[in-house]
Write a protein that binds this ligand. Structure first.
Ligand code: NAP
Length: 311
């Protein structure tokens, strides 16, 4: 483990896998309430816990607070200790440091706990200058409202500025949550992943199965519904060779599915994937990414097949 990892943030490096909770209550992108609902989300949570997953990522904006409230309810129903990560959205009208403290208190109230394990700035654009934003974030940690702090969607320059600003307040940057999958490797190509490893900043990989594309269930003839279908119109016709390779590699490991290969690849790249699941079946399949490992050669082959699509 990297020597620069401070004792406060070390636990995050021991977390191998998590569960994303954007799906819990979101109607716009995920159509919550149409083909799945509260009970399905509860089952996804329970199945994940049974599989040993102990890290849930939510945000105040997911379902307008509904995801946090659902998590709070699910936590009450279990005696397992679960690590909770949530996020602050830097809306333009939030231009004071107090706004962040008010926001985290709101999240804690919805989740029904006294402190979260990780509090992240959802995206880098804020009317509050970065130094002040990081001071407020550090303050949240010092007040004991969060155990560690992180950022999300920060590029290398933005992250380095956040890292330094937090260091001036004696609080380490624990993580950067960014999009990362076999179909989106910008953080690798742009050097952000390497920089995070060097600094001991945990990379939390969101959309690790590229919003369902890496399960192989979507195609140009059968695109994902709504916004996703439009977004992936250009990519979908190109991904067959990669999916074929993922099937072959999965077979070498006793019939692992494409989703499981995609998630195991994220783990092999030393990131913490947080796939979202709409129900127990999806959560159970995703948890099957744990307990085995792709070989170095397989990771290289997957890299080449994804480079051929992305570069
Ligand atoms: N920080 C940020 O800005 C940010 C942005 C995005 C996400 N996130 C976080 O990252 C988490 C995961 O990212 P994501 O939700 O964008 O994408 P994802 O995990 O790559 O994809 C999730 C979607 O894929 C489908 N799926 C999942 N498992 C499946 C399986 N085993 N078989 C078949 N289909 C399956 C489901 O949708 P369908 O069934 O409808 O296909 C599910 O909603 C989110 O929940 C959230 O916590 C953070």
């Amino acid at each position: 483990m990297n020597d620069t990892v401070s004792s406060e943030t070390r636990f995050l490096h021991a977390v191998e896998f998590g569960l994303g909770a954007w799906q819990w209550g979101d109607r716009l992108i995920w159509q919550f309430g149409q083909n799945y609902g509260d009970e399905d989300c509860r089952a996804a949570f329970e199945v994940s816990l049974e599989a040993g997953i102990r890290f849930v990522d939510t945000a105040e904006v997911y379902g307008n607070g509904r995801s946090e409230r659902m998590l709070g309810q699910f936590l009450k129903e279990t005696d397992q200790a679960v690590l909770v990560a949530t996020k602050y959205f830097p809306y333009p009208w939030r231009f004071t440091k107090k706004a962040l403290i008010r926001a985290i208190k709101g999240s804690l109230e919805r989740i029904g706990i006294e402190a979260v394990d990780l509090y992240q700035i959802h995206q880098p654009y804020s009317l509050l200058p970065l130094d002040s934003l990081m001071e407020a974030l550090a303050e949240a940690a010092k007040e004991g409202l969060t155990r560690t702090v992180g950022v999300s969607n920060y590029n290398q320059t933005q992250m380095m500025r956040a890292y330094s600003a937090l260091a001036r307040n004696n609080v380490p940057l624990a993580s950067n949550q960014v999009t990362y999958s076999l179909l989106n490797r910008s953080i690798e190509y742009e050097g952000l992943l390497a920089r995070c490893k060097e600094l001991g900043v945990r990379v939390i990989a969101y959309s690790p199965i590229e919003k369902g594309l890496l399960t192989g269930k979507y195609s140009p003839e059968n695109p994902p519904p709504g916004v996703r279908g439009r977004r992936y119109g250009d990519l979908l016709p190109k991904i067959d060779p990669l999916l074929k390779l993922m099937t072959e590699i999965g077979q070498e490991h006793g019939g692992k599915s494409k989703a499981q290969v995609a998630l195991n690849w994220c783990i092999c790249k030393e990131t913490l994937p947080i796939p979202g699941a709409k129900n127990a079946v999806q959560a159970e399949e995703n948890a099957g990414a744990l307990g085995w490992k792709l070989t170095e050669e397989e990771v290289e082959k997957l890299d080449e097949a994804s480079d051929a699509i992305l570069k």
